[in-house]
Design a protein around this ligand. Structure first.
Ligand SMILES: [Zn+2]
Length: 148
């Protein structure tokens, strides 16, 4: 039975600030992020399984990424937990401000997302790679094979 890669694509809107950065991303601003998640495995070879012929149900992959990523980051302002902005977290007028223990660059967010997804995947499939577009022409990629 062949080994197959499955990919599902997602999008979310998120604002961030890069504290201390020497470019425009030091200001509060948002991006329309695009995320592609690729898992690898072999199709289930049991005719009695409801998932017969599937590496993984696309719906299950969608549910995992929605829970672990989209629901956490869509329409939030993501800041480094050292940022003075985080002190405004309880001000309802400013909306949903979320602190993380890393600088919220595309690269660091990507690694964080890889960890969040890996935690929830069924053991029959492995995360192969993920790709996170911060803008239409800028993206970062995480590959399991680069991080073994
Ligand atoms: Zn930015």
């Amino acid at each position: 039975m062949a080994t197959i890669r499955l990919t599902k694509e997602f999008s979310f809107e998120m604002a961030h600030i890069l504290d201390g950065y020497d470019g425009p991303c030091k200001n509060v601003h948002g991006h329309s992020y695009k995320l592609a998640v690729t898992v690898i495995g072999k199709p289930i070879n049991d005719p009695k399984s409801p998932k017969f012929g599937m590496v993984m149900d696309f719906g299950q992959l969608k549910a995992i990424v929605n829970k672990q990523v989209i629901n956490q980051f869509d329409h939030v302002l993501l800041v480094n937990s050292n940022s003075p902005i985080l002190k405004l977290k309880d001000n309802k007028a400013l909306g949903n401000i979320v602190g993380v223990n890393f600088q919220p660059t595309c690269e660091n967010l990507l690694e964080h997302i890889a960890n969040l997804i890996q935690k929830e995947l069924p053991k029959e499939v492995k995360l192969h790679h993920i790709k996170l577009h911060e803008t239409a022409n800028s993206f970062a990629e995480w590959y399991a094979s680069d991080n073994e």
